[in-house]
Design a protein. Structure first.
Length: 319
């Protein structure tokens, strides 16, 4: 009887250590591939060729861009997967990476409703992620372990650097805007100085297989990967913490203070919220029915998650 009461107490503590609430659910055209925040909106890219601007407060789509179709291997024209999206800090330029003919990828820039292709399939680049460094420059990563700094005002490459030896899984600009982190298929998180494009520190003590997602805030790096491991590294000291998940970790996100990390917890597509300060799982978020590919903390108390079935959930999580 004492053991049963103890187990009930543990379950109660896990369930109620955080207040968890679904504030809203939003449905988009196709599977969610990328999400970025801009003012009171989120911008979502999908596998059905769309970029959707969604008002966070009411969940309504305020603007939708459909990217041009491409010719697949069978010669048919299809809507492309939109692998990555970002918007300049001043909101004037949208950058988009799309699927293209021959297994290649293309980069589009949109200004004032005018969509311009700036990197085409003829350049045979396997672009994976785009992020604005500032209003004038974007950073591009490739499967071929290359990093580009690209001038969007003058449409030219500033540098093209071979950063690692393995294919890149994800890229995230750190909140200090001086560094970025890249996670590769070998399980290493690589810290790069943005201005020079030079890698200067590596973190490889936890993941032993492909890293799918990385985040970088408050002097910390969060990773998650195929080996079902989540790692939190301290950039300055190199110290680390490891969390074991019950399933492949396709997505992670880090709170602005670096204390809380979210990650796909299990095969049931639940999200775990982990308190790295107290080394404990403090919340389990249930609501997704398919793989969660993207997570993003809007604030310490608000998390957004997007899954392969096109469902986006806005969560309220509060101690």
């Amino acid at each position: 009887m004492k053991k049963i009461l103890f187990l009930i107490l543990l379950i109660f503590m896990e369930s109620f250590s955080f207040e968890v609430k679904q504030e809203k659910q939003i449905k988009v055209e196709g599977g969610v591939l990328d999400i970025v925040e801009y003012k009171d909106k989120i911008i979502v890219s999908t596998e059905k060729g769309t970029v959707e601007f969604i008002n966070i407060k009411n969940g309504k789509v305020e603007k939708k861009i459909t990217l041009p179709k491409f010719q697949d291997f069978m010669g048919d024209y299809q809507l492309p997967k939109v692998f990555s999206v970002d918007i300049s800090p001043n909101g004037e330029i949208l950058a988009v990476i799309t699927e293209a003919t021959g297994g290649n990828r293309e980069l589009y820039l949109e200004r004032k409703g005018n969509l311009q292709k700036v990197i085409s399939t003829q350049q045979r680049l396997q672009l994976t992620k785009v992020r604005f460094w500032n209003d004038n420059y974007i950073l591009l990563s490739t499967k071929g372990s290359e990093l580009f700094l690209y001038d969007v005002k003058n449409n030219k490459v500033i540098y093209r650097k071979q950063v690692g030896n393995y294919s890149f899984g994800d890229m995230s600009i750190c909140d200090d805007k001086n560094n970025l982190v890249i996670g590769d298929e070998g399980g290493t998180a690589i810290l790069v100085d943005i201005k020079s494009g030079n890698a200067y520190k590596k973190f490889d003590k936890v993941n032993v297989d492909q890293i799918y997602r990385v985040d970088c805030k408050a002097g910390k790096i969060l990773t998650g990967g195929r080996d079902r491991r989540v790692a939190l590294y301290d950039i300055k000291s190199g110290s680390f913490k490891k969390v074991e998940a019950d399933f492949i970790v396709f997505s992670v996100a880090l709170s602005s203070d670096g204390r809380y990390g979210s990650y796909q917890l299990n095969e049931s597509n639940d999200i775990g919220i982990y308190d790295f300060q107290n080394d404990s799982l403090v919340a389990k978020l249930k609501g997704h029915k398919s793989t969660i590919g993207v997570m993003l903390f809007l604030s310490k108390d608000n998390l957004i998650s997007g899954s392969d079935d096109g469902k986006i959930i806005v969560w309220r999580i509060k101690p």
